[in-house]
Design a protein around this ligand. Structure first.
Ligand code: DP6
Length: 335
């Protein structure tokens, strides 16, 4: 059996930062994100009766052991659900720099969840897919849906109620997300490790949880009312509060680089000139700037002139993860 699927990454507006169960990727709190296009990951899964071990390819070459191990563990979950034991070849292509804090794992595991379930003969609904994608990478549960998405943390110890739900479809609100790439190299500490260290050692962690409780309903309302002036300041303070927990972890975690701060200053200058633009940053040095769709070129131009910015990517609100029709189609060259 062979199946191909594609998913967009998502960028959190109220962050997922800290797990109550690390094995099941169960968060302490909910989070809200926007799915972004055209960035995407595309994954093909082909089940082979004759294989002794799973093969994991990234851009046509064998993936590193860490990534391959996570994919194999994920396939084990799918095989368990399907009652099957054949191994598979997984081929992934993505235009998102890996492990650079650009949410590549959210798109990757959402696409894998969709392709692997089909390849193993399962046909889960959206809720089951979101729960499954969560097991690969927490943020991946949000990339099953398009538009504006909320991950409900759930209360069940087994995680049956911890999944993402759509808040609004992609065409609800024409916002642009301009990503200022400061460094697309692999980060030293994964978000998984950083999150665990923060929960375990930062004295600010309880304050972070209070921050999220306040920010979630505000961002929910801002999305409903398409109110960027309400949302902007909330997403900036939410992201900065997350970093405060990292700086106060033991040992501290520092993801920012010079360019990161330069972009934040450029965003403030844009606002001083009357352009509604606000930033958010994930576990890495790169900055994502939200603005109204009509302002995208002005924002992109300003960010591309910042000395520490290597490139900019202008994104829009993206759609849901989807299977690519045409079984038997290889990933390479598929577009
Ligand atoms: C800072 O979803 O990559 O981007 O569940 O361990 O795979 P794991 O973590 P991951 O963490 C994302 C953290 C974040 C914030 C967010 O996306 O909400």
């Amino acid at each position: 059996m062979h199946s191909v699927a594609e998913a967009h990454p998502n960028i959190a507006l109220v962050k997922y930062w800290g797990k109550r169960d690390a094995r099941l990727n169960l968060p302490f709190r909910g989070s809200i994100a926007v799915t972004v296009a055209p960035l995407r990951a595309r994954t093909a899964v082909t089940v082979h009766r004759s294989l002794d071990a799973d093969q994991v390819l990234l851009h046509g070459s064998p993936a590193d052991a860490r990534f391959a191990g996570r994919v194999q563990a994920f396939l084990d979950l799918v095989r368990e659900q399907a009652g099957r034991d054949e191994r598979a070849v997984v081929e992934t292509e993505s235009d998102i720099p890996m492990a650079a804090g650009l949410a590549g794992s959210s798109a990757g595991f959402a696409a894998l969840a969709l392709a692997a379930t089909r390849a193993y003969g399962l046909d889960p609904g959206e809720d089951a897919l979101s729960r499954l994608a969560r097991r690969g990478s927490g943020s991946a549960c949000r990339s099953i849906h398009g538009g504006f998405v909320e991950w409900k943390p759930g209360k069940e110890p087994g995680g049956s109620d911890s999944l993402a739900i759509p808040l609004e479809p992609p065409d609800h609100w024409d916002i642009a997300i301009v990503i200022a790439v400061v460094n697309d190299g692999r980060k030293q500490i994964s978000s998984r490790e950083a999150m665990a260290r923060t929960v375990g050692t930062s004295p600010l962690y309880p304050a972070w949880l209070r921050r999220v409780d306040i920010d979630l309903p505000l961002v929910r309302r801002a999305i409903r009312d398409r109110d960027l002036r309400l949302m902007g300041p909330v997403i900036e303070r939410n992201c900065l509060a997350m970093f405060a927990t990292m700086w106060t972890a033991d040992p501290p975690i520092l993801y920012w680089q010079h360019g990161t701060v330069e972009v934040m200053e450029a965003v403030r200058r844009l606002r001083a000139r009357g352009v509604g633009a606000w930033f958010t940053i994930d576990a890495g040095p790169n900055v994502k700037v939200l603005c109204e769709g009509a302002d995208r070129e002005r924002v992109r131009g300003a960010l591309s002139r910042v000395p520490g910015v290597r490139s900019t990517l202008t994104c829009r609100v993206g759609g849901a993860a989807r299977r690519i029709p045409g079984e038997g189609m290889a990933v390479s060259g598929a577009g």
